[in-house]
Design a protein around this ligand. Structure first.
Ligand code: PGA
Length: 255
């Protein structure tokens, strides 16, 4: 199975942006752009926008994702939201392990693994984020870091369960910096991730898996990145906050 057979997924990571009113507006603008697109379209919204996003996206095929979930089903975890709570309100997807969670909120490979497990147990699908820092890239350990993050996150995930996981390769140095990985750099790591999936599971699983690139993907560089054999879509921050830009990326992924 080759790239042409995998359906690209373009996901907007809104991070800590958009009020309820803005959510409804932006999704109504994205709707016509997503209609008939040759890729799947998703928005990863703040918890407070989930209801509005589900309502606005109804009937459109646009998928709504949370940006995180806790690993426990319930309990004394002030300020947290469980995977069960997300499933209960009709959310089917969540991001896990975004580098901003790792960088600012003490997320580790082990807590990522626990959150992936909790999400899968609750019936959710997951966009699992991995990626190296600038320091790690400069030390030449990008492959090792990504492999380590991936292996730990997928510890205990079965071949059946991995069908519910999208991997997002997001080099930390490219996130929100305007400094995109070159298409060749993105392809190199995405190909390594696919090879590792083949080792951990099997070739068929690896070839069916969706692997996104994320990090300053925008309307001008999306074509080049998405052209690559092992880049099956994008996780897009800044450029997902304006429908026009996001629409161009959806078009690029639909070619
Ligand atoms: P960016 O963010 O597109 O603004 O770099 C990507 C992400 O963090 O998922």
């Amino acid at each position: 199975m080759k790239k042409g057979v995998r359906k690209a997924v373009i996901a907007g990571n809104w991070k800590m942006n958009k009020t309820v009113g803005e959510t409804a507006r932006l999704i109504s603008e994205i709707k016509p752009l997503a209609e008939g697109a040759g890729c799947d379209v998703m928005v990863c919204v703040p918890f407070t926008d989930i209801f509005a996003a589900l309502e606005a996206a109804r009937g459109s095929g646009i998928k709504v994702s949370a940006q995180n979930c806790h690993w426990a089903e319930s309990g004394a975890f002030t300020g947290e939201i469980s995977a069960e709570m997300l499933a209960d309100i009709g959310v089917e997807w969540t991001l896990i392990g975004h580098s901003e969670r790792r960088q600012y909120f003490g997320e580790t490979n082990i807590t990522v693994q626990k959150r992936v497990r909790a999400a899968l147990n609750a019936g959710l699908s997951v966009i699992l984020c991995i990626g190296e820092t600038l320091d790690e890239r400069e030390q030449g350990i990008t492959s090792e870091i990504c492999a380590l993050q991936l292996k730990i996150a997928l510890g205990g995930v079965s071949a059946e369960e991995i069908k519910r996981i999208i991997i997002a390769y997001e080099p930390v140095w490219a996130i929100g910096t305007g400094k995109t990985a070159t298409a060749a750099q993105a392809e190199e790591v995405c190909a390594e991730i696919r090879a590792l999936l083949a080792k951990l599971y099997n070739t068929e699983t690896a070839e069916a898996s969706v692997i996104q690139y994320g990090g300053s993907m925008n309307a001008s560089n999306a074509d080049e990145l998405l052209d690559k054999e092992n880049v099956d879509g994008g996780l897009i921050g800044g450029a997902s906050l304006k429908a026009a830009d996001f629409g161009v990326i959806i078009k690029s992924a639909s070619r």
